[in-house]
Design a protein. Structure first.
Ligand code: FAD
Lengths: 283, 790
């Protein structure tokens, strides 16, 4: 925005400065810019910009005794390269399907969550990992489950003065198997028609814990809890057959230029079954 | 492949990019050079290649004259709306804008169009806007002031009106009429009739019928429309990306109400045209503002602006019925198509005229009727897009012939070979070509791969679960140049006193490489190495008219003119020393040597007078392909030369998801003579990529998804290996026998893929593109076994 002819673009290097800048300027955060700029269309930015790509505290992916911490500035490429346990395979597979290498180099995981598109590719995988986000403002730091963070299409629980400082993944199922499947109408640079992520924690041939999440088939990605319930305790053989239409109840797909609602529903079930089968086959 | 996954390309089909990337690390890039007389047929590096890879090339947005104002256009947000302006002067003052332009500021005629007889499009709508995206006003001013504007705040009050969105709505009696004199919103009708189609279909032992619809397709040139204009005294200069400088000149002269000689068009390099840059875009706005303000003015379309306001491929609604004997011989085809031509005429008349001439496909069809209509609606104008309606038509006709072959019980490729047009059989317009009908050779070239691929598919399917493979073939023919209309090209070539050759080459190179091809031809005709050539661009102030870059005419028509001009210059040189035709010429610095038997004439160029063009010798030649008008039944000689070709598509269908993966395309094209095989492969690979897009993913919905992440064009990962097979069955009319390839390349891909889809799982879609949801819905509707779950 122009203030007396001056365009305000701030690039803090510490979290404290960034929070202060955000608060004072009432501006907008800019990370990789891969959602920010396209959403402007032909308009110029209407508010001051706080560029957080240089903020030290937001960088990196770290392993803690009880959780993994994906920094609020970590890019997809960093995530792909990070040494992470098996349960992250689905998230890494999602990362490789975000747009293209060029987009993965710039775009951040936090940006994907804060943008809250119904078709955000990382959300199902993170939901299946029971992830939470850490939000900081000048005065507070709070932790919100991802389920409760994304409220709807482009709506989150983030306050205007908060920065998403980290994505937190509890280390409950490090060794669980995970699979991600994305359906789009072309190979690269494609917004998903349906997304499925599956995490299976397996003990002696039986499913101890199962998490199944579906994206792009409702205003926000959904866990299929009935199906998860059904899967718990089941054996791995013919696992795909356990998924049925009634398990998709949480979904409410829409018709748009990419596909019809009925197709989304139909393909979601196919993807869920395939993801379960592929995940089980890794065992 | 992943490394270029994020790069969209609309021209190359990606394969050549990948091989170039691999080569770049290996060897030095060679510049074009070939001894005199060996340029034609040579895989020469493009003459503009170095400028392109070093970034020195100037595209529409690359030059900004100092002090240039920025221009932006205010466009109608509704499909149809009346409107009234508020206080424009106050708005300009408040926002520090230099001027606001509306229809009132058009000094000449507020009307333009590529075909003068049908010109109907205003620069600015006057009281009613007829499509979403139509211009109603423009603002020009200093960059900072204009960039900052939120154009939704522009003082205009819209009155949304009911809009005609479909062909059916537009044809309904009593529907509002878009243009005076165009009853029922029909812009034009096309018709070609031969023999007695009704009787022939009644008597045919075997018939097949088919209906299919296609949608708007966006050109998606990676370079959006851009340029600048400035006034120099009584002349207006416009530098912009265009496919048709001389047509731009006529329209701008009419809009400004000045003489054509007072308009100078300077075409820049073009980052993709495919037909859409034949029509005016930025030019009239720039010209009006620069003319009025006497200041340079520039503009660059945003992606959305480009998508909502420039022409599209015509949506087509087609019905066809064909008959054959039990012996497999085609007897009759009845074909009907309605094209949604949008709010303004653009190239609607050309599409309606070209399609009936081509709807037989490259086959002998004795009894024939093809009727077309172009119908106005309140949607973005449909215009020219690689093939002028023939790619849509081929989707109907080639699928129909597959059906017919199946009913006859013949192999689909052999059916096509049996029915192929020959040198001696008449086309559906009664033309006997007599030579250069290479379609049968194209089909025969596909035979080995056809047999192998079909066997591989059967083997694969016998053990596959939800995946099914299929193989499809489709043929095409396409007339080069305008349909029964004059379309001359004039080339001027000059010998300079330093011994170099100046070629005034007005055939705008829109990326396909025509500047290189035309020079190759001229060099060999003259007998001079291509290294000696200096190219002058299509600037209308220095270069004669080579017509528009469309209709696959530049190699054929401008190439022929270049050939004639090269030969003429050679004759001029020989005449100077009275040497015979068989003498050899060699070009040196400052001199020319003519070798005749044992005699050697040396011409010192510095001693010769300079002519009015600035050269010691100048030759100019014009070529206009011989055609004859079509009569009321469409009988006559619409084109002097046709290109022929056939594609074979191998695909894999995921029957549970409805997704289609193209595994391989084999493309055989009869190009008459391959002047530059590398550039022809480039056209084929790029054409195939657009054909894949058309078949599988591309459909533009006006008002929805007006950007390149909702509107999908194929990415690098969607294009399979493409094998090009070049057939050279020369036409004596073209230069060295050459025919066109630009549009020919795109036509057979989509029908070949759709035939492969049918081969794989037995479905034919009523609506194209075959998006996953449509394919899956049809699979479920047909209850295809092995495809349903559980
Ligand atoms: C060509 C292209 C292809 C794409 N393909 C895909 C795809 O396949 N799948 C997919 O899911 N997405 C895709 N995207 C969208 C985008 O790349 C991702 O959502 C990306 O992760 C966004 O991250 P970013 O850093 O670029 O966010 P930005 O654009 O910088 O920011 C996005 C939003 O989040 C806010 N924000 C960013 N960081 C923070 C933070 N730390 N705290 C609080 N707010 C923050 C910003 O203020 C802004 O509102 C694509 C985008 C493009 C341009």
């Amino acid at each position: 925005m122009w203030f007396a002819g001056v365009y305000v673009y701030l690039r803090p290097t510490t979290l404290e400065e960034a929070l202060e800048a955000l608060y004072q300027s009432r501006g907008e955060l800019l990370a990789g810019g891969t959602d920010f700029y396209p959403s402007l269309g032909e308009r110029l930015p209407a508010k001051p910009i706080v560029d957080i790509t240089r903020v030290r505290e937001l960088k990196g992916i770290t392993r803690k005794p009880d959780l993994f911490r994906i920094g609020g500035g970590a890019t997809w490429t960093e995530l792909i390269k990070a040494p992470l346990p098996r349960c992250f395979d689905a998230l890494k597979a999602a990362a490789r399907e975000i747009g293209s290498v060029q987009i993965q180099n710039r775009g951040t995981v936090a940006g994907n969550l804060c943008n809250a598109s119904p078709a955000a590719d990382s959300v199902p995988a993170l939901l299946a990992l029971d992830a939470a986000v850490e939000l900081a403002s000048r005065s507070t730091v709070r932790r919100v489950a991802l389920q409760d963070f994304i409220l709807g299409n482009r709506k989150t629980a983030r306050q205007a003065d908060e920065i998403l400082t980290a994505i937190l993944v509890p280390r409950a199922v490090d060794d669980a198997l995970s699979t991600f499947l994305k359906l789009g109408a072309r190979r690269y640079l494609v917004i998903s028609i349906a997304i499925v992520a599956v995490v299976l924690d397996i003990e002696s041939g039986k499913i101890r814990d199962a998490r199944v999440a579906v994206g792009s088939c409702s205003v926000r990605a959904q866990r299929l809890t009935d199906l998860e319930q059904r899967l718990r305790g089941a054996s791995l053989s013919d696992i795909a057959e356990l998924a049925a239409e009634q398990h998709l109840k949480p979904l409410s797909p829409i018709d748009d230029v990419r596909a019809s609602a009925s197709y989304r529903f139909d393909s979601a079930l196919t993807l869920v079954r395939r993801a379960l089968a592929q995940c089980a086959a890794k065992c | 492949m992943d490394a270029i996954g994020g790069v969209l390309c609309r021209c190359t089909g990606y394969r050549k990019i990948i091989s170039a990337v691999i080569d770049a690390g290996r060897e030095q890039i060679l510049m074009s050079s070939a001894p005199a007389g060996t340029a034609v047929g040579n895989r020469m590096v493009r003459l503009d290649g170095l400028a392109k890879i070093t970034g020195k090339e100037i595209y529409g947005a690359d030059e900004i004259p100092s002090g240039a104002l920025l221009l932006r256009v205010i466009r109608c947000p509704f499909h149809r709306a009346g409107f009234q302006f508020g206080d424009l002067e106050k708005y300009a003052k408040q926002n520090a804008i230099t001027c606001v332009l509306t229809a009132k500021d058009v000094p000449g005629e507020n009307r333009y169009g590529v075909i003068p007889k049908f010109a109907d499009q205003p620069v600015f709508a006057e009281s009613e806007a007829r499509f979403k995206g139509e211009a109603v006003a423009a603002v020009a001013g200093a960059q900072a002031a204009v960039e900052k504007l939120d154009l939704t705040q522009f003082p205009v009050v819209w009155n949304e009106l009911p809009a005609l969105m479909t062909i059916d709505q537009a044809l309904t009696p009593g529907a509002p009429q878009l243009h005076h004199g165009r009853e029922q919103n029909v812009l034009v009708r096309g018709r070609v009739v031969r023999g007695d189609v009704d009787a022939a279909l009644r008597n045919a032992e075997i018939t097949a019928e088919l209906e299919v619809e296609t949608g708007f397709v966006e050109h998606a040139c990676i370079e959006p429309e851009a340029g600048f204009a400035r006034r120099a005294g009584d002349t207006i200069e416009i530098q912009a990306c265009t496919q048709s400088p001389y047509m731009d000149r006529s329209d701008i002269a009419r809009i400004l109400g000045i003489a054509e000689a007072s308009v100078r068009i300077i075409p820049t390099a073009v980052g993709g045209g495919f037909g859409t840059k034949l029509d005016l875009s930025v030019q009239p706005f720039l010209a009006l503002a620069a003319w009025k303000l006497n200041l340079p003015v520039r503009m660059v379309y945003s992606r959305t602006e480009s998508m909502i306001s420039t022409t599209k491929r015509h949506p087509a609604r087609m019905w066809a019925k064909a008959g054959a004997g039990r012996d497999g011989k085609l007897q009759a085809l009845d074909f009907r198509a309605d094209f949604n031509t949008g709010a303004y005429s653009s190239w609607g008349p050309t599409v309606s005229a070209r399609v009936p001439v081509h709807a037989s496909g490259p086959y002998f069809v004795p009894h024939y009727r093809a009727l077309t209509r172009a119908v106005h609606t309140h949607l973005v104008p449909a215009g020219a897009f690689r093939g002028f309606g023939v790619p849509q038509m081929a989707i109907a006709q080639e699928q129909l012939y597959d059906e017919l072959a199946d009913r006859v019980g013949m192999d689909r490729l052999e059916f096509r070979i049996l029915n192929s047009l020959t040198n001696d059989l008449p086309t559906v317009t009664g033309q006997v070509l007599g030579e250069g009908v290479g379609i049968r050779a194209c089909f025969e070239a596909l035979r080995p791969r056809w047999k192998a691929a079909r066997k591989e598919a059967v083997d694969f399917n016998s053990s596959a679960q939800h995946l099914r493979r299929g193989v499809g073939v489709a043929g095409m023919w396409y007339g080069c140049g305008n349909t029964s209309l004059p379309n001359p090209s004039t080339m001027r070539v000059g010998l300079k006193s330093d011994g170099r050759i100046a070629l005034h080459q007005g055939a705008v190179d829109i990326g396909q490489g025509s500047a290189t091809v035309v020079t190759q031809i001229c060099a060999d005709a003259l007998g001079c190495s291509i290294d000696r050539f200096d190219l002058l661009s299509g600037d209308t102030s220095i270069t004669p008219d080579c017509g528009k870059t469309s209709a696959s005419r530049q190699t054929f028509v401008s190439g022929k003119a270049a050939y004639m001009a090269g030969e003429a210059l050679r004759r001029e040189i020989l005449r100077l020393v009275k040497a015979c035709d068989c003498a050899k010429i060699s070009f040196e610095n400052g001199s020319v040597e003519v070798h005749e038997d044992k005699k050697l004439h040396r011409i010192s160029l510095a001693d010769l007078p300079i002519d009015k063009h600035g050269y010691v010798l100048t030759a100019e030649a014009t070529f206009d392909p011989p055609t004859r008008a079509l009569d009321e039944n469409g009988q006559g000689m619409p084109y002097a030369v046709y290109g022929f070709g056939a594609h074979l598509a191998e695909i894999e269908v995921d029957t549970e998801l409805g997704t289609i993966k193209v595994l391989r395309i084999t493309a055989a094209h009869d190009v008459g003579r391959a002047i530059n095989p590398t550039l022809i492969e480039g056209q084929i690979e790029g054409g195939v990529a657009q054909g894949i897009g058309m078949a599988l993913m591309e459909e533009f919905f006006p008002g929805k998804g007006e950007n390149l992440h909702d509107y999908l064009i194929p990415s690098a990962g969607d294009i399979p290996p493409i094998e090009s097979i070049l057939i050279e069955d020369p036409s004596s009319i073209g230069p060295y026998g050459a025919k066109g390839i630009g549009e020919q390349a795109v036509i057979p891909t989509a029908p070949a893929i759709l035939n492969a889809l049918h081969d794989a799982i037995g479905i034919r879609l009523r609506k194209i593109p075959a998006t996953p949801d449509r394919v899956r819905a049809e699979i479920l509707r047909c209850g295809i076994t092995g495809a349903s779950r559980g």
